[in-house]
Design a protein around this ligand. Structure first.
Ligand code: IPE
Ligand code: MG
Length: 228
């Protein structure tokens, strides 16, 4: 969800105004993906690198996050959305961590949409924590290093209990992953949009889905024509 700050600055408004508008765009996007029957959505709300922004912006983002938690969870729950957070939450304040836990507990049995919100998330850190868990299993004598397979690494990563993402959408014009879900995106189709995140809506979701539908996914194999 990139482009909030530029969106606000273009209107001569503070960056926080863009983040506020960005939270409305997220709401629209959740509604839109649900209307298409999509069952899993993961959004990058706050990266482990976002702490390097000015303190005031970090505080505004976390305040917005807290307000959104208080305001939106009931409605999301009524619509069958299961909310989960991925990333290292130990850096957040107690009230924020409690709010996240409450939202997860309240929505845990919902299955219409699994909404994963990445907060203080970094793809490399995700792989490091999976590595640490496997090393601990070796230390306990449960597995030996030769036993370690891709599936075991995957089981210890975020999103391990869901499918790998089919489609990644990055808004805001940059064409990079910025440390998002590095392992999980190995065979994901990438869609880059110049639209700034606060302008993103159902129409842009459809553009991205059309783009996705036009791709031939070979997963390293051959195309249907090649293998005929
Ligand atoms: C993305 O918008 C929102 C978050 C990182 C939370 P930016 O704040 O990165 O907006 P730009 O890229 O400066 O326009
Ligand atoms: Mg940005």
């Amino acid at each position: 969800m990139d482009g909030n700050g530029r969106w606000a600055q273009r209107q001569g408004k503070p960056r926080s105004h863009g983040h506020q508008a960005g939270s409305d765009a997220l709401k629209r996007t959740v509604e839109s993906v649900m209307s298409h029957g999509i069952g899993h959505l993961t959004v990058y709300a706050f990266s482990s690198e976002n702490w390097s922004r000015p303190n005031i912006e970090v505080k505004q983002l976390l305040d917005l996050f807290m307000r959104a938690l208080n305001r939106e969870v009931r409605e999301l729950n009524e619509h069958g959305v299961c909310i989960r957070f991925i990333g290292d939450r130990s850096a957040f304040s107690r009230p924020l961590r409690d709010g996240m836990k409450r939202a997860e507990n309240r929505t845990r049995d919902n299955r219409k949409l699994i909404l994963n919100v990445a907060v203080n998330y970094g793809g490399r850190a995700d792989i490091v924590q999976a590595t640490r868990q496997l090393a601990q299993a070796v230390e306990r004598g449960e597995i030996s290093p030769e036993d370690i397979e891709e599936s075991m690494v995957a089981r210890n990563l975020s999103l391990h209990d869901g499918p790998p993402p089919d489609l990644l959408i990055r808004t805001g014009g940059e064409k990079r992953l910025s440390n998002f879900l590095l392992w999980q995106l190995a065979y994901t189709e990438l869609h880059f949009s110049d639209v700034l995140w606060p302008d993103f809506d159902g129409e842009h979701v459809e553009i991205a889905l059309h783009d996705f539908a036009s791709r031939e996914r070979r997963f390293g194999g051959l195309s249907k024509v090649q293998s005929a």
